[in-house]
Design a protein around this ligand. Structure first.
Ligand code: F55
Length: 818
């Protein structure tokens, strides 16, 4: 039976009661943090009952489960989300209100769990939300990083990274599960032991071991009583050895084990779309993969004898190549622990694993030096060698005489282990994350593999959860939509199309834009409190928030702002609708150009925001520490969504969908899921500019793009580029931005210039932007366009995405929770 949240009155009493028993305090004396902890327990109480019921249904119905294997789950705060899913948000808000407390302040006490970098990690979190809401049995498997994504401080315009110590105080939603601990082994060597029956046993010796302890987090479905589990693994030494003991055994081994355990789960690598190749990262991968598989198999074997039928009950979805060790580790356990032969083990493995690709960027393709891999995972490496040997034979059988192809496709080549190749060789499904991205995989980056296994390739266009990104982040619009079309869209976003009947109704459009204005005021207040910059809620809020990467072209955006500023200065009477350009982005700590772009944005902001002569026509704001919690408010307040990646580079994007859901109008390239947004919206409701992916790919292939030619033909570009290096935005040090200038124009033949075609797309971007300015001046035209975006967002729910994964890849049945 689904348990629901109690009434407002009862919640109020419970909160007061909990504050008393947990903190020995009268409510009036409680701090905001204590109130938050009391609320968390009130909500937890309901969640736990539903979690128990869900687990019982698992046992009774024995369904097939997906194990979503991911190094990252960017879940964001859970209190608000769980209150919404338990249908108790308003009740708790009212109860707190009665007690004289603002719910936002209470929610703000929760650390924002940032166990991910960006899109890939947030996608995993949206998927878990949708799986629970659609009642599909699922586990998330990840790592309990002690330090998540760093917190960003801006000092003197520069990004500073501050450790994110989210576990400093107890996190109220996690449950330590020591009864599901497993051992994970690293290093050592493999001894061959010939058996009387002629077979060989492989015995792993001399290894270092750690114990993996899972912490379970509840994943609540919306209003259905379903609670799935996200298990995140922490490491501890196998034996906590006593320094004062006489029987220390192997003292140095014990010290090694302890250090290994200490480092393993300490910190999330803060790179997106870039691989660093650090040994500790490979250790993290093996650690969580091995522990998760062991737990999955233990669960399976509790109720099933025949390990060969594993694919009937278990599927491992690999979120990018980071968990590709799933393939070899499952093989190892099936052979070395359960005694299966190679063919049997391979048959099972290849029916249990599937792989999602998230990028075509070459610097993100995961390759490990074979010597490191072999030293760290000697037995697993042997298995990879055998997978590779058989895979190469298969290529030769299919393409006789094509040794070049064998070399290109091999898992082991050039002294490296190529993780994507192993993932594809073993997976029964390989998917991209948007239609265009999947086509590029098939036709360009993974073409060899597509020729070999066309049947494996499929597309699953990404999606986002409307529960967090509309109901929670934008409750005013959410309530308005409910008033207009009912509640169906909460679990069936395609129903948003019912809003079509209001796009020509002026009264509705007025209400709709009034909500946008309220959300802009909320964000303006946040910006004032956090950045000390005053912005006008009546200006256009033009927003680009995402990780900082050259391919995402924040540089194009800020160069365009510099250009607009020049225009207004040269022509003060020019007709220009006041615009606030809002940026938010973290740069990977070692990514110099990315960090310099942040500095540039902040310097441009300082100059423009303090120039009284332009009458506040342009404001530039860099929001510090962009993360899930402030993202929700930022999307809600946006008028214009900047999705301006170099065509072909952004696999999908998901921020684009969150803006659309909140009624922002996109200016973007034909890249990733923008293409599908365009198809859903029609050309009148989205602003597309720039080169197509085909054009970009052709230029890359022919190597025939020269940014200097572009600059010479456009005096506006010349001017902003000069301003990069003449001290206009860096009076003390005119050379400060020289590296960015060089990245665009380098004429020395050694370095490639303007790899991401910023200058090439500049004119087209400016032209298209003028149309946005024009459109905004016509209030109802704009409002209609914005509402059309909400009305056509249906496809981009992660509920739709998950249903497609279920139908085409996972083949799960809904859990019956009655
Ligand atoms: C993180 C770590 C490594 Cl080693 C490599 C990549 C990443 C990462 O964060 N990638 C990432 O976020 N990729 C994004 O995935 C999204 C979800 O599919 C896409 O929408 C987006 O286009 C893609 O860049």
């Amino acid at each position: 039976m689904k348990r629901q949240m109690p009434s407002t009155r009862e919640i109020e009493q419970e909160i007061v009661g909990r504050v008393k028993t947990m903190f020995r305090k009268d409510f009036e004396m409680a701090t905001k943090e204590e109130i938050y902890r009391a609320c968390a327990e009130v909500v937890n109480d309901v969640v736990i009952d539903n979690w128990l019921t869900t687990q019982k249904s698992f046992v009774q119905q024995d369904p097939k489960c997906v194990y979503y294997m991911s190094m990252e789950f960017l879940i964001g705060r859970l209190l608000g989300n769980n209150m919404i899913n338990m249908r108790g948000y308003t009740e708790v808000m009212d109860a707190l209100d009665e007690l004289g407390v603002d719910i936002n302040e209470v929610e703000d006490q929760e650390p924002d769990p940032a166990l991910g970098n960006g899109g890939l990690g947030r996608l995993a979190a949206c998927f878990l939300d949708s799986l629970a809401t659609l009642q599909y049995p699922a586990y998330g498997c990840g790592i309990r990083y002690h330090y998540g994504m760093f917190k960003q401080k801006i000092e003197d315009g520069y990004q500073q990274e501050v450790p994110d110590n989210w576990l400093q105080t107890r996190y109220p939603f996690e449950l330590q599960r020591t009864e599901y601990e497993f051992e994970v082994r690293f290093g050592g060597w493999v001894r061959y032991d010939s058996q009387p029956d002629g077979t060989t046993k492989y015995i792993h010796e001399g290894y270092n071991a750690v114990i993996a302890t899972p912490y379970d987090l509840p994943v609540t479905g919306f209003d259905n009583g379903m609670v799935n589990t996200l298990m995140i693994w922490d490491a501890k030494p196998k034996e906590v050895f006593r320094l004062d003991s006489f029987e220390k055994g192997d003292y140095s081994r014990a010290v090694e084990d302890m250090n290994l355990a200490r480092n393993l789960t300490e910190v999330l690598y803060p790179n997106d779309n870039h691989i660093q190749g650090k040994e500790l990262r490979l250790k993290q991968q093996y650690f969580f993969v091995s522990a998760s598989i062991q737990r999955a198999l233990a669960k399976y074997l509790r109720y099933h004898k025949d390990i060969k039928k594993l694919p009937e009950k278990v599927v491992f979805q690999m979120n990018d190549t980071h968990p590709t060790l799933t393939v070899a580790e499952l093989m190892r356990i099936l052979m070395d622990v359960h005694g299966l032969g190679w063919d049997e083990a391979w048959e099972i493995t290849t029916h249990c694993v599937a792989y999602t690709n998230h990028t075509i960027m070459s610097e993100a393709l995961e390759k490990w030096p074979q010597d490191i891999f072999k030293r760290l995972l000697p037995r697993v490496f042997m298995i990879v060698e055998e997978i590779n040997r058989r895979f190469c034979d298969e290529i030769r059988a299919k393409f006789p005489g094509d040794e070049d192809r064998v070399h290109r496709m091999a898992i082991l080549a050039d002294d490296q282990v190529k993780m994507a190749h192993m993932a594809i060789a073993a997976s029964y499904s390989v998917n991209g994350v948007a239609a265009l991205h999947t086509e590029i995989l098939k036709n360009v980056s993974l073409h060899d593999f597509y020729e070999m296994y066309p049947e494996k390739f499929n597309n699953k266009t990404n999606g986002i959860t409307q529960r967090r990104f509309l109901m929670h982040g934008n409750y005013k619009l959410s309530d308005w939509v409910i008033k207009k079309i009912g509640r169906g869209w909460i679990t069936d976003l395609s129903q948003m199309k019912k809003l079509e009947s209001f796009v020509d109704d002026k009264k509705s459009l007025d209400e709709f834009m009034a909500i946008k204005l309220d959300n802009k005021k909320r964000l303006a207040k946040y910006i004032w409190e956090h950045n000390g910059i005053e912005v006008d809620p009546n200006s256009i809020f033009d927003v680009q928030v995402k990780r900082l990467h050259e391919y995402k072209r924040q540089l194009l955006n800020i160069l365009h702002v510099m250009y607009l500023y020049n225009q207004i200065k040269e022509n003060p009477e020019m007709d220009f609708y006041p615009t606030t350009f809002i940026f938010g982005a973290k740069a990977s700590a070692g990514y110099e150009n990315a960090k310099l772009i942040i500095k540039l944005i902040n310097n441009v902001a300082a100059v423009i925001n303090n120039d009284k002569s332009i009458d506040d026509k342009i404001k530039v704001v860099f929001i510090e520490d962009y993360r899930v919690s402030n993202a929700e408010w930022i999307f809600a307040a946006a008028d214009v969504s900047e999705q301006i990646s170099t065509a072909s580079k952004e696999a999908s994007g998901t921020g684009n969908m969150k803006f659309m859901l909140n009624g922002a109008v996109t200016i973007g390239t034909m890249d990733g899921a923008n293409v599908e947004m365009y198809q859903e919206l029609g050309g009148e409701n989205i602003y597309i500019f720039g080169m197509s992916s085909d054009e970009v790919i052709a230029h890359e292939k022919n190597n025939d793009y020269n940014p200097v030619d572009v600059m010479n033909g456009n005096h506006h570009i010349q001017k902003v580029l000069q301003q990069l290096v003449n001290g206009n935005y860096s009076i003390d040090n005119p050379e400060l931005f020289r590296p960015l200038y060089n990245s665009l124009l380098n004429t020395q033949c050694t370095a490639k210039a303007d790899t991401y075609f910023v200058l090439k797309d500049f004119a087209s971007y400016c032209e298209t932007y003028e149309k946005i300015q024009e459109a905004y001046k016509d209030k109802y035209k704009w409002a209609k366009m914005a509402l059309e975006n909400v009305a056509h967002v249906g496809k981009f729910s992660s509920d739709r995405t998950i249903q497609e994964y279920v139908d085409d890849i996972w083949h799960l049945d809904k859990l019956d929770l009655k």
